[in-house]
Design a protein around this ligand. Structure first.
Ligand code: PNS
Length: 166
């Protein structure tokens, strides 16, 4: 089932790489909104160089959601609100895990609201089974040889193992 309210939502992120937690948020958004655009930021300003290129990150997402027809994936290199306007999207959807996410998301919400008050931000609470899950945690597990294969899609697990030569 997909939403029938005619609204388009953006699920933005670095997705370096995508995890089952991100996928859960994206798929839940796709059940609420008519269309969901997954916006993969080319180079996040506040973070270090990404581990995977924007194309690799996009391909990982594509391989994980090929069964959902109202989800579209695109790399962007602009302000998020500009990306949303380009797609005529009126809502930004993000997942929220713990209190630690809240402060950062609160700030981003205010900045985006200042840039374009017509675009609303909405938050989906992480499903309990993913509330601990982050891309950086998975990368750390991969770096030190931990088993992370049930936390990310198969292609991502392969990419991480390749990257760490395991
Ligand atoms: O997964 P992340 O790293 O939390 O996602 C961050 C993202 C992509 C939402 C953020 O970096 C972003 O929106 N970048 C585009 C520039 C922008 O519009 N920044 C917010 C207002 S200044």
């Amino acid at each position: 089932m997909s939403g029938s309210n005619g609204k388009i939502a953006i699920c933005p992120g670095s997705y370096d790489p995508i995890t089952y937690g991100h996928l859960d948020t994206i798929k839940r958004a796709a059940r609420i909104f008519e269309r969901v655009i997954v916006g993969v930021v080319n180079q996040p300003v506040r973070k270090q160089q990404t581990m995977f290129s924007a194309d690799e990150r996009k391909q990982f997402i594509e391989s994980a959601i090929e069964d959902v027809e109202n989800i579209h994936i695109e790399v962007f290199d602009t302000l998020l609100v500009e990306f949303a306007r380009k797609h005529e999207a009126s809502v930004l959807v993000k997942g929220l895990r713990a209190i630690s996410d809240f402060e950062y998301e609160f700030e981003m919400n205010q900045l985006n609201r200042k840039l374009d008050p017509g675009i609303e931000s909405m938050y989906l609470m992480a499903s309990p089974e993913f509330s601990f899950l982050s891309s950086s945690g998975v990368k750390e597990m991969a770096a030190f040889g931990g088993d992370f294969t049930d936390l990310v899609p198969r292609r991502v697990a392969e990419g991480l193992k390749e990257r760490y030569g395991r």
